[in-house]
Design a protein around this ligand. Structure first.
Ligand SMILES: Cc1ncc(C[n+]2csc(CCOP(=O)(O)OP(=O)(O)O)c2C)c(N)n1
Ligand code: SF4
Length: 288
């Protein structure tokens, strides 16, 4: 019997501890909506996160969950996908987790093109540790730790296009339906799908508010002649940040998967292999 997947199937597994009004709530609604629309059952989904407010996201979703060290969700998500290619693997980070602590994994996983979806909640501050400047903090924005104002600001989506990431998109927590659609496309995309999400932090970022983003974001779908397959055009779009901020699919390309390169898709995946407990005992004995 086929049972229909509903939003209740993805209901919060524990009490939500985000501040009222946090942009993360919109992201939660959008991701649930996307998974329901794709009719993926929760036991076929693995969410892997690092540390931070964004890192709590999987705790609020009923599915398989793996909570990693700060900046480390991608290696674990990659391993899980290789071991069990049938799983829908979604890695989740804050901007600090993704572009700061996890910057190295961010770059190399985009190059490798493992078939996972990566959601980066970009609130332009380190929120869980109370609002320090992070790699994407706007130039000149002052925090208690940066009284003279942030003096560098990374453009991660341009970095992603430079790494030939096979899917690069940006959504906004205040545009839930649009974001849900992006998550759907990203999950269906064959390869590494990066979706950065503009996520207002109502407690520690008093500059990049819902209102600030609403005045600036525009949808790429409405941009006549924009082609996400054109890498040079995508690079320019990925650099755009100021009075106008693009949301939508910035870059998309078909590329061979890392899984194919290492031969997992052709052979039986590890998850289907028989485990012989006697061999396991031999292995343990080696470490005695
Ligand atoms: C290796 C390491 N460095 C620093 C910390 C302290 N720390 C915990 S949460 C956090 C900030 C998280 O910010 P971000 O990743 O942007 O997520 P947000 O809380 O904004 O969603 C930091 C620096 C840590 N736990 N581990
Ligand atoms: S501190 Fe910011 S990111 Fe964290 S829950 Fe509150 S509003 Fe959200």
């Amino acid at each position: 019997m086929v049972t229909k997947v509903t939003t209740e199937d993805y209901a919060a597994a524990s009490e939500i501890a985000w501040c009222p009004g946090c942009g993360n709530f919109g992201i939660l609604r959008a991701v649930r909506k996307a998974l329901v629309s794709l009719q993926i059952e929760p036991h076929r989904v693995l969410m892997v996160s690092g540390i931070g407010q964004a890192g709590k996201f999987p705790h609020y979703t009923r599915c398989h969950v793996l909570n990693e060290l700060h900046g480390r969700p991608i290696p674990a998500a990659t391993a899980a996908k290789i071991v069990n290619p049938e799983l829908t693997v979604i890695a989740i980070s804050g901007d600090g987790d993704a572009y700061g602590e996890g910057g190295n994994h961010f770059i190399h996983s985009m190059n490798r093109n493992v078939d996972i979806t990566y959601l980066v909640h970009n609130n332009q501050v380190y929120a869980l540790t109370k609002g320090q400047a992070c790699p994407t903090t706007d130039l000149g924005y002052t925090t208690r730790m940066n009284p003279q104002g942030a003096w560098v600001s990374l453009r991660p989506l341009a970095l992603a296009v430079a790494c030939d990431c096979s899917f690069v998109a940006r959504g906004f927590a205040g545009e839930v339906d649009h974001l849900a659609r992006l998550v759907e496309i990203g999950v269906k995309h064959r390869g590494f799908a990066l979706i950065e999400i503009l996520q207002p932090c109502v407690t520690f970022n008093n500059k990049n508010t819902f209102q600030w983003y609403k005045q600036r974001v525009y949808k790429l779908e409405a941009e006549v002649g924009y082609n996400p397959g054109d890498r040079a055009a995508a690079f320019n779009k990925a650099l755009e940040w100021g009075d106008r901020i693009p949301i939508g699919v910035i870059y998309q390309k078909e590329r061979p998967l890392f899984e194919e390169y290492i031969g997992v898709s052709a052979a039986a995946p590890l998850v289907r292999e028989e485990i012989n407990p006697l061999q396991f005992r031999e292995l343990m004995n080696e470490f005695k």
